[in-house]
Design a protein around this ligand. Sequence first.
Ligand SMILES: C[S@@+](CC[C@H](N)C(=O)[O-])C[C@H]1O[C@@H](n2cnc3c(N)ncnc32)[C@H](O)[C@@H]1O
Length: 534
Amino acid sequence: MSESVITPPSAATDMATALPNAPGVLQEVAVEPKAPATKRSKKVKKLTKKDIDEVLMHDIVDLRGHNHWDWDPKTPPPFQNFEELEVTIGSLTQSGEGLALLPDRGDGWVLVVPFVVPGEKVKARVYRHNWGYSHADLVEVIQPAENRIAKDDILCKYFGTCAGCQLQHFSYADQMKFKRQVVENAFKNYASKYFASLPPVDPVSQSPIQSEYRTKITPHFEALNPKHQSAGKAQSVQIGFMQAGKRRILDIEECPIGTPIVNEGMKIMRAEVQKNIASYKKGATMLLRESNPIVPGTESDDPPTTTKICVTDHKATITEWVGKYRFDYPAGSFFQNNNAILPSLIGYVQQQLHLPLSSAGAAIAEPTLASTSTTLNHEIKYLVDAYCGSGLFGITCHEGFKKVLGVEISAASISCATNNLVLNKLSTDTTAFHLDDADKIFAHIDFPSEETALIIDPPRKGCSEEFLDQMVAFLPARVVYVSCNVQTQARDLQGLLDRCASKGLPGYKVEAIRGFDLFPQTRHVEGVMTLTRL
Ligand SMILES: C[S@@+](CC[C@H](N)C(=O)[O-])C[C@H]1O[C@@H](n2cnc3c(N)ncnc32)[C@H](O)[C@@H]1O
């Protein structure tokens, strides 16, 4: 047997390519449906280093305590096809799956098992192999952990079969502990050079509601099989979300994390698709999004009366309210999906923007959207909102700034952002949104850097090298970095601090790192990190 050494990546450049596609950091929204696969492949494939999921490998190395494998990758993985094993769950991955170490298989092979709790003894069926680890389905919980939520108390009857939620078998307090650990591990693994000097990661800010919070859901369906159709074979129509661990759609009538109005919409949409299924040549992903338009005739009331509707047309306009602010945007474009937590997320971002530059990091009260007027920091006068979308942060955080400039690459979002300025009666002389690549954001900015705060809220892949280069050339006094991918967020922190160090600049102090639970019952967490220029 040869000894293979797998070194988890630590260099920012390695992670720049590894992270966006890593299976451990899957998209928040379920993937597009693919052709149904009724059977798992029986072929045992040869493994290569390409099979390593970089994020998962950190968890595996932590569980094993080292990264040496005395295992020859040319030999097949140490299992029979679909072997069932009784294992004890040792830890959780950053994606909320369990890891079990098998010391007597393949020099410490690791099984990845979903829907389990550390300490539990479970039966698992192996189905897919990677370098040093295999994925397995959960067959049975033999000895449940004390903190496992009882079956009858689990929110959704499809939990464990549907791929949408991973943590419904955890109490909400345990979900919060898990997510705080995910944030901490991201910085430990991807900002490792600076981890010792970071402040302790704060507890995750909870969502005020843990069910019925998602204002957007995207169920899928597949067309009927034409061969079965012409043979007159009965076929059932599956309309719902992807099954856990399978490329197959699970038929779901209702999603308990969706708001009541999107579930109403789902009922109508399902009936429609079921009635007309024979006319569909291809399957599709449907959009169901909550909108809160003003009831006609009440526009001039203060406040106007709003109603709730479910929108299914990608191009239709959604109206959403965040505290006193109104946002209109196309249904198919990006907007945060948990409206209930936005006041506390925005309130926190406002507070972080206005922390005193000299003695930042003081304990802060529970943030609320309205709390800024008493805490404005007059050292910082300008705000740059990079990746501004339809203007959420630029608009809700504009108070106390002389000028606000947002930049966004989507033309549709920029025209909404500009329209949202008007809807919220903000002056276009002091707040503006420009269509541009965030990589060039500082080319057009003449704000003094020592009086400028920057909000960064990029897509999951994080900031580009070019973005970080120009940021270091400008050096904003305060940075608040919001991210739905804490691994790329931590990687970018290390990239930023490395760049400062290589130029002999004092760099930034990290004031605070905190998760926000925008996605209860799922593995996802939104990270917010505050930096002050030294
Ligand atoms: C996570 S969303 C945040 C949007 C907004 N901050 C919000 O909370 O509604 C990321 C946004 O970045 C935009 N984006 C992606 N790549 C970009 C780039 N290179 N330059 C500017 N904007 C970009 C996307 O269109 C999207 O609107």
